[in-house]
Design a protein around this ligand. Sequence first.
Ligand code: BV8
Length: 263
Amino acid sequence: MFSVADTHRSLGGPNSEMIDQIEKGKSTLERARSVVVLTGAGVSAESGVPTFRGGGTSTVWRGMPFEQLSSAEMVQKDLPLVWEWFDYRRGVVAGCKPNPAHEVIADAQRSGKFDSFTLVTQNIDGLHRAAGSTDFIELHGNINQARCLSCAFVQDLGEIPDDERPPVCPKCFDSMRPNVVLFGEGLDEDDLLIAYESAAACDVCLVVGTSALVYPANQIPAIARREGATVIEVNPEETALTSAADISIRGAAGDILPKIFPT
Ligand code: BV8
């Protein structure tokens, strides 16, 4: 009895390679005991959140590349502009909802099918939380929070009037900045250690929607591979990771993830 996949494969159609990769990804996850999922901006693309580098272009706003706007230097130079940039992006994200990729990842964590399931995201959009994921690592922080420049007190932006920019810390009255990791800033050491240790211990590292260009997040699949894990990539485009991935599925996260996670 032929399956569609067998038929396509036997005909050597244009998608036969992709069908093979999907089947391999699916069977790998079915056998997996310990999974790390690393997501980037691409996992939120189908929710309407713009990526940073998709399609070979880089995000520019008010004539400046996003790496310049989202930099430690800009916080020193022009904090009000940093707040305009992040308020603009919060406005874009506010209208976005999780897509099937976020939902499948949240379901997989809750399913109990894996002895260990660690989600690590580079995204600051909060859509994994909105989809029901819990206990995951937001390596680059969260767009919906502010942090005091002096005492590091963190407050939800929902508690701060939109016109209070920069927000004033309720504890020490200094100015607050977005609670995100900017270019040129170190990541939270504890978060990074957990992410690295999970990667070193997992048997499958699934990398979804990242160009794999940003350090140190891009070390996570490298550590997993070095310690013997199978690395699966899901991305419509080739990336800096593709040549090192064991399985590389050319496709959109919202389409592919429901096909490869065990139901
Ligand atoms: C640090 C928060 C040290 C802010 C972010 C030169 C060489 C190498 C490294 C460096 C260098 N110069 C500087 C560095 C270090 C720098 C870095 O890596 N720069 C890069 C650009 C070269 N890194 C840092 O500065 C980090 N800190 O190194 O600290 C240190 C230590 C101690 C003390 C001081 C310093 C901090 C990095 C964190 C920066 N903050 N975000 C904000 O959001 O504004 S990173 C930012 O990029 C976002 O978080 C984003 O998620 C992240 C990574 O990008 P991606 O997620 O991969 O997004 P991208 O658009 O690139 O790709 C999207 C992909 O999705 C594409 O491949 C596309 O094909 C795919 N896609 C599209 N649609 C879909 C899809 N996939 C699936 N389905 C779809 N439907």
